[in-house]
Design a protein around this ligand. Structure first.
Ligand code: 3HC
Length: 596
């Protein structure tokens, strides 16, 4: 039988400590909350009260339950008061010297059977444990911010932790209504080790002005279904905390991708710590507020073309190709009322693409998303041909053929001959340089990348890729078209992966490496990312859906472009692809799908 804790101490009532205290008290446990001074107690109490009030307002708690929750918490500035606790969770700032001194004092105050737990995100639990006379009763219990909402805690065992202590803490996590994953003592554990490489990379894109903060965050939310973009998440976590976590991870991994982006240190030094100070990557209404307010970096409020350029008139769109992307894009165009010419290599392909669009529109009618009249109007706007000459009257030509640079270059040379002057020539490539297409024409200023996501009728995001030659009014026009298509356009430069793939695939590759190193199972890694960080799918679920061959190809392109050692495809990914384990489509990838 696992130990039933009735009294738990929480040291440090900052964002995490206050959240942990609330979760414990919510689940019937008496909590002794310790802060360094009276002001700290007041801050912690205020934080907790505000959070509980929100839970009441959101219908998560009744007034009586909230009152009982508050009754279960006592506040103190004296660590000595923890003599009565059966378990103490330390949640002070990520500073090893500070944590060691807290644990030494706790060791002196608490009876020998008391379990001492640290909520550290990246520091060594082993190092902390040996500062006490009871290393076997020291464990890591890592909650996620906001602790009241995120449904995961990682339980970290060291080489000396007593297995009974681990199972007692695992049972406690489950009693708190959270999933538990248990892992060894490695910087970042499971979730942070995967999350922070990605967050740091996003900061680098921002720091290099590759894309704006809004566009980076929007791209990851709409492109990957994440609850928050990376920069907004850093503001929630705290820029100073993120810096410390990355710094610790770097010291252990020596992986350049974990070396904190320089701007993080500058922001931490300047007090731009995120929501807690009211300023971070974004500006907030006040300290601790989630409400973002406009500042000097905010885009124009009118949502109009940010480029200040004239918009070209677009009434007729050409889509070249007949695969899933081409037919999806053509469908989106006709639904938005554009005359659309779909050009494919053979009449059978034209017919197949038109049939696929008709089926998809019909599905829309059945699901109540489209009226029969809208379906009919859309179908009337759709024209199919095998003749590239059909593009002559198009104002915008969108190429969506195979990802082969020679095929695309030849096609763009044809567009150059056929399209009228002033027509915009766009490629949907996800991994080739757009400038290659541009330079196959005599009008490179009219060439732009428009990267739609699959399935195009559903996914809201379009990455608009400008080359060093793309004209401002071309970008402005593509933005206007995207708005009419009901899409959200983000801007980025012409380099491998654009925003979404550049941030997503190295994270997936890191997850494969973690699995390969036998640090955690695919199930635990998927659970950690879904429950700890609110991801809609874990990395292995997603890899199996996207296809391991597709993922490997993208990862190879990223590696070739950036020559970043950390981007080299994980050997396990290469081996699975070689073995034909390509994911769902092959019946087997990281998991066996044959029986489903
Ligand atoms: N108790 C119980 N429930 C509460 C609550 C409380 N005190 N306070 C809020 N809630 C509920 C709300 O009622 C709401 O419930 P509902 O969805 O059923 O209506 C839900 O929590 C979300 O509340 P918000 O209004 O704040 O809503 P958002 O939809 O804006 O979500 C978010 C905010 C939960 C932060 C979401 O954006 C998210 O999941 N973001 C990702 C967070 C993440 O990745 N965290 C991990 C960071 S890494 C980390 O912490 C490790 C560390 O070591 C750094």
């Amino acid at each position: 039988m696992p130990r039933e804790f009735t009294t738990i101490g929480v040291v440090g009532l900052g964002t995490m400590g206050a959240g942990i205290a609330e979760v414990m008290a919510r689940n019937g446990i008496s909590v002794i909350g310790v802060e360094v001074d009276a002001a700290g107690v007041d801050r912690g109490r205020a934080h907790l009260q505000a959070s509980v009030a929100r839970a009441v307002k959101g219908g998560k708690l009744t007034d009586d339950e909230a009152a009982a929750l508050h009754e279960r918490i006592t506040y103190t500035t004296s660590l000595e008061d923890l003599a009565a606790a059966e378990l103490v969770v330390e949640a002070v700032p990520e500073d090893l010297a500070l944590k060691l001194s807290v644990f030494q004092r706790l060791d002196a105050v608490c009876p020998p059977e008391t379990i001492l737990a640290t909520n550290t995100s990246a520091l060594s639990v082993t190092e902390i444990s040996v500062a006490t006379a009871r290393p076997s009763r020291v464990v890591g219990v890592h909650f996620f911010n906001p602790a009241t909402v995120m449904k995961l805690a990682e339980v970290v065992r060291t080489v000396v932790t007593d297995p009974e202590v681990v199972s007692d803490v695992e049972a406690l996590v489950r009693r708190l209504g959270k999933d538990d994953v248990t892992c060894g003592d490695r910087a970042g554990f499971i979730a942070n080790a995967l999350l922070f490489g990605y967050l740091n990379h996003a900061v680098s894109l921002y720091e290099q002005k590759y894309a704006t903060r809004e566009d980076i965050d929007t791209a990851m939310k709409l492109g990957c279904g994440l609850p928050m973009g990376p920069l907004a998440l850093l503001d929630l976590i705290g820029v100073d905390t993120a810096y410390e976590i990355l710094d610790t991870m770097y010291k252990q991994s020596r992986d350049r991708l974990h070396a904190p982006a320089p701007i993080l240190k500058q922001m931490a030094t300047a007090g731009l710590l995120g929501r807690k100070t009211g300023h971070g990557f974004y500006t907030y209404e006040s300290s601790d507020s989630p409400v973002v307010v406009a500042d000097a970096e905010s885009p124009d409020a009118d949502g109009g073309p940010r480029h200040g350029a004239e918009v070209r008139t677009v009434t007729r769109i050409g889509v070249v190709g007949s695969g899933t992307m081409a037919s999806g894009i053509a469908e989106v165009c006709v639904k938005a009322g554009y005359e659309t010419v779909l050009v494919a290599r053979a009449s059978a392909k034209v017919d197949a693409a038109k049939a696929a669009i008709a089926r998809s529109l019909e599905k829309g009618v059945q699901r109540g998303k489209l009226s029969e009249e809208q379906r009919d109007t859309a179908l009337l706007l759709l024209h199919g041909t095998t003749d590239l000459g059909g593009l002559a009257e198009c104002d915008l030509v969108i190429e969506a053929v195979v990802e082969d640079v020679e095929v695309k270059r030849a096609l763009f040379a044809d567009f150059d001959e056929l399209a009228k002057p002033g027509a915009i020539l766009a490629t949907t490539t996800s991994s080739l340089p757009v400038i290659e297409c541009a330079m196959a024409t005599r009008r490179p200023a009219d060439v732009v990348g428009v990267h739609f996501f699959n399935p195009a009728p559903v996914m809201k995001l379009v990455e608009v890729v400008r080359t060093v030659k793309t004209a401002d009014d071309v970008v402005a026009t593509v933005h206007a078209v995207c708005r009419r298509l009901g899409k959200v356009a983000v801007d980025c430069g012409d380099r491998a992966g654009f925003i979404v793939n550049a941030l997503l695939f190295p994270y997936l590759n890191d997850a494969v490496r973690m699995l390969e190193a036998h640090y955690a199972t695919a199930d635990d890694i998927d659970t950690a990312m879904k429950r700890g960080c609110g991801y809609p799918m874990g990395p292995f679920e997603l890899l199996d859906v996207v296809g391991l061959d597709v993922s490997l190809a993208i990862q190879r392109v990223l590696y070739q472009e950036f020559r970043e050692p950390g981007f080299a495809p994980a050997p396990l990914l290469e081996h699975l692809v070689t073995a034909g384990y390509l994911g769902r489509k092959a019946g087997r990838g990281f998991r066996d799908h044959s029986g489903r």
